[in-house]
Design a protein around this ligand. Structure first.
Ligand code: F6P
Length: 362
């Protein structure tokens, strides 16, 4: 029987989204002869039929190496609590019935939601309303449970590691302390793994509150040993022991999540007081989300996309495709969004960093 699959990409974009879209479209059409409808701008697109358009083999031609998402995305606007202005004030309306109505009107038999924790929470709520949903785990932060990796993370790591390689040469020439601020929200995966791969001297992650004096001691000891420069990687969510995260923009009525940023400058200001060295800060920002996906993310995105179609064929709804070891399988969405997958402060990767002489701020 011919089916119609709807696909949307929600939350912050990341490299590999187009590989997933292509994987869904190609396998739905080539393997099953089904129809695919692309929904623009995440769940927002399901509030307007004009934003839902057929995707064909032609639509996905040439998109595999392209960053971003051909469908567009947004990281605010939850249809269960949708911000609208009424008489000068923002009120939140539950527009989920409208979403379900539009899904029916479009003849969508299954919805593939590609997103991180926030988008998958919305997907799960929709599935509780009777929408057959399949999730695909996306985020550069790699903080989703039940999957070894999310796609996008590997590309972000490459970008951060490349930045560290470049900072090394200039740090060494000028005998400076270079601080690289990376993304990751409340998880330290990007900082930790790029820091190890990029030969950082200090790595600060949210899971291990740091002490400024100990960072200064580590840099001073390094200088005394003849290495007159140091590289510090700071995850945007890192914070000092007894202190709080540095927030660039607080959560507001429309965009309910806070935006982190500024930890690099914070650390610079404080270490500068106890070091007789120049300190400079680089904020890598959205470069980590852009650009062409790595081979790993293209392959993982393609495998997740085709797995999502297999799950639709098998009627495995309310579940998320995931990677376990080298195998693609699936888990209940509920388990994946239970809480965030954080770095274990006593785990193997932290141990590796510390065995390499990298200082983690503690
Ligand atoms: O979740 C992905 C992410 O890039 C985080 O690492 C970062 O904190 C956030 O999104 C940035 O969001 P925005 O695109 O709204 O600046």
């Amino acid at each position: 029987m011919t089916k119609t699959i709807g696909i949307l990409t929600g939350g912050g974009d990341c490299p590999g989204l187009n590989a997933v879209i292509r994987g869904v479209v190609k396998s739905a059409i080539i393997r099953h002869g089904w129809r695919v409808i692309g929904i623009e701008d995440g769940f927002d697109g399901l509030l307007s039929l004009a934003k839902c358009k057929p995707l064909t083999l032609e639509s996905v031609r040439g998109i595999l190496p392209r960053g971003g998402t051909i469908l567009g995305t947004t990281n605010h606007g939850n249809p269960f609590s949708y911000p609208v202005e009424q008489e000068g004030a923002i009120v939140h309306l539950d527009l989920s019935e409208k979403v379900v109505e539009n899904i029916r009107a479009l003849g969508i038999d299954a919805l593939v939601a590609v997103g991180g924790e926030g988008s998958l929470k919305i997907a799960l709520e929709l599935s509780k309303k009777g929408v057959p949903v399949v999730g695909v785990p996306k985020t550069i932060d790699n903080d989703l449970r039940e999957t070894d990796f999310t796609f996008g993370y590997n590309t972000a790591l490459e970008t951060a590691t490349d930045a560290l390689d470049k900072l090394h040469t200039t740090a060494e020439s000028h005998h400076r302390v270079m601080i690289l601020e990376v993304m990751g929200r409340y998880a330290g995966w990007i900082a930790l793994e790029s820091g190890i791969a990029g030969g950082a001297d200090v790595i600060l992650i949210p899971e291990i509150p740091f002490h400024i004096d100990r960072i200064c001691d580590a840099v001073t000891r390094r200088s005394a040993r003849g290495s007159r420069f140091s590289i510090i990687v700071a995850a945007e969510g890192a914070f000092p022991e007894g202190g709080s995260r540095v927030v660039a923009k607080k959560a507001d009525e429309c965009q309910t999540i806070e935006r982190l940023g500024g930890i690099g400058q914070f650390v610079a200001q404080h270490v500068q007081k106890c070091l007789d060295m120049d300190v400079r800060v680089t904020v890598l920002g959205h470069l980590q989300r852009g650009g062409s996906p790595t081979t790993f993310d293209r392959a993982l995105g393609s495998r997740f996309g085709t797995k999502a179609v297999q799950m639709v064929a098998a009627g495995d709804f309310g579940r998320m495709a995931c990677l376990r070891g080298r195998t693609i399988t699936s888990v209940p969405i509920e388990d994946a969004i239970r809480d965030l997958k954080l770095v274990d402060p006593e785990g193997e990767i932290v141990r590796t960093a510390e065995d390499l002489g990298i200082m983690l701020g503690r």
